[in-house]
Design a protein around this ligand. Structure first.
Ligand SMILES: [Zn+2]
Length: 238
């Protein structure tokens, strides 16, 4: 069997390393996008905290202006009451009285509104605090995921350097003609694998049936041969 041939096994070893190299390169290409996706998630989460907090703050400021308004109305009522004591004419007194009662109604409306707002503030505060707790946890998790990916990049880069050396030494082991064929196949075939075992007379690289010539070369002559459909080097496994 060709697959038992030590020279062919050298080629298989090279192929295995080339494939790992290719996979690592692909991973390194996609990792920065994965990191960007996580960064976007983190910023979305942070924005949702800001949103919850800003709703709460907005209610607080509504409450403050109501508070101020109520105070002003109360002052006006007090002033009108003082003036009531000073006026002589009954009509003037009555006019002030109706002014006061209007202001009392208005103040009571504002006070009701304030109670509503205060209840909303309690809810908004609770929501913001829960959101903050939850989101801070989530952001921490995402930060950890990002860190892992960054570590992965560092690791993959040094792995690539190491593999490159291993590939160089594996190439030196491979018999010259085989190596030339292999390099040619690598150029022609768009994607790994470049070596594919035959299964049921089919090339496992492209899944198409190979010709009888190819089978007989691989099986009987035990020579290096290529799939006549995709060009990959095909062989018969033990
Ligand atoms: Zn094929």
């Amino acid at each position: 069997m060709l697959s038992n041939n030590p020279e062919f096994q050298d080629l298989l070893l090279l192929h295995g390393r080339d494939r790992r190299f290719g996979k690592l390169e692909e991973e390194l290409k996609s990792l920065p996008d994965d990191i960007t996706r996580i960064e976007n998630k983190i910023s979305t989460e942070n924005k949702s905290i800001e949103l919850a907090v800003s709703e709460w703050k907005e209610l607080e400021s509504k409450n403050n202006s109501l508070e101020k308004e109520i105070l002003e109305i109360s002052e006006k009522i007090a002033k009108s009451r003082v003036r009531q004591l000073e006026v002589k004419k009954n009509e003037e007194y009555q006019a002030l009285e109706s002014e006061i009662s209007n202001m009392v109604v208005l103040r009571s409306e504002r006070e009701d509104k304030q109670i509503e707002i205060l209840i909303k503030i309690d809810d908004a505060k609770a929501t913001a605090e829960i959101a903050q707790d939850k989101i801070v946890k989530r952001v921490n998790e995402l930060g950890q995921q990002k860190q892992n990916l960054e570590d992965r990049i560092t690791h993959a880069r040094s792995e690539l350097v190491r593999l490159n050396l291993e590939i160089e030494s594996a190439r030196k082991q491979v018999e010259n003609v085989m190596l030339k064929t292999y390099d040619r196949v690598k150029k022609v075939v768009a994607r790994a694998p470049y070596l594919a075992p035959l299964k049921d007379q089919k090339c496992s690289g492209c899944n198409l049936r190979v010709s009888n010539d190819v089978i007989s070369t691989a099986l009987v002559e035990q020579r290096l041969t290529q799939c006549d459909q995709c060009g990959r080097i095909v062989y018969i496994e033990r």
